[in-house]
Design a binder for this molecule. Structure first.
Ligand code: SF4
Length: 212
């Protein structure tokens, strides 16, 4: 029987990526006795289900309050810190709005976006393709973080003081650039090297001005 995979995460909330016992029971129910459930580095559990049962399984998980995402070459769910200082100070709504605007977008290579509620940068946003760090009332954006290979390294600062209103469109515009100009299977950091940080910045400044 053909299988498909569903990427399952808890809703973005204060406290970080926390599953309840009811969440895990719901996941176990749809996965069945011979389940293969992978814990990824994307704050996801990837569950394999039969193709015929996939839609029903998805609906059951959504009913439980879980989020179900695409797998493969797409923007993964936003990887968030624990938002330990509370929803308002750390920008819970901002994080949710960014996730809503970008998650599942198809990209040349799978893409990770990280969000931290303060400059302590827990959750390692500087190791993500795009890292968002809240600083008081605005956000700094880093790009090109690379956690793997011997070329691993932190991202570079692309833009400072992006407002909460601008943030979802700003990040989406960055991903659109990659969608439009990235080569097949080209990783985001490779795209940055080829396309050029300054060219990206120029395109984004125009977008930032038009959104603001
Ligand atoms: S980045 Fe800041 S808000 Fe987020 S968990 Fe760390 S200390 Fe808390």
């Amino acid at each position: 029987m053909s299988k498909v995979t569903l990427a399952v995460s808890p809703e973005i909330r204060v406290g970080g990526s926390v599953f309840t016992s009811e969440d895990l029971i719901a996941i176990a129910k749809i996965a069945g006795d011979d389940a293969k459930i992978e814990l990824t580095t994307f704050q996801q559990l990837v569950v394999e289900v039969n193709v015929e049962e996939a839609e029903d399984a998805k609906q059951q998980l959504l009913k439980q309050g879980l989020c179900v995402y695409e797998t493969g070459s797409v923007v993964k769910n936003l990887s968030v810190c624990n938002l330990c200082k509370g929803a308002e100070i750390e920008g819970l709504n901002a994080a949710r709005n960014v996730n809503k605007a970008i998650v599942g977008l198809s990209t040349p290579f799978g893409m990770r976006v990280g969000y931290s509620g303060c400059p302590n940068a827990c959750g390692e946003p500087l190791l993500k393709d795009i890292g968002i760090v809240k600083r008081k009332e605005s956000f700094d954006i880093y790009i090109g973080g690379t956690p793997k290979t011997l070329k691993a390294g932190t991202g570079n600062l692309l833009m400072q003081q992006v407002s909460e209103k601008e943030l979802p469109e700003f990040v989406k515009k960055l991903i659109t650039l990659y969608q439009q100009h990235g080569l097949k299977k080209e990783k985001f950091n490779e795209f940055i090297s080829r396309y050029g940080m300054e060219s990206i910045k120029k395109e984004l400044i125009t977008s930032k001005d038009s959104v603001g």
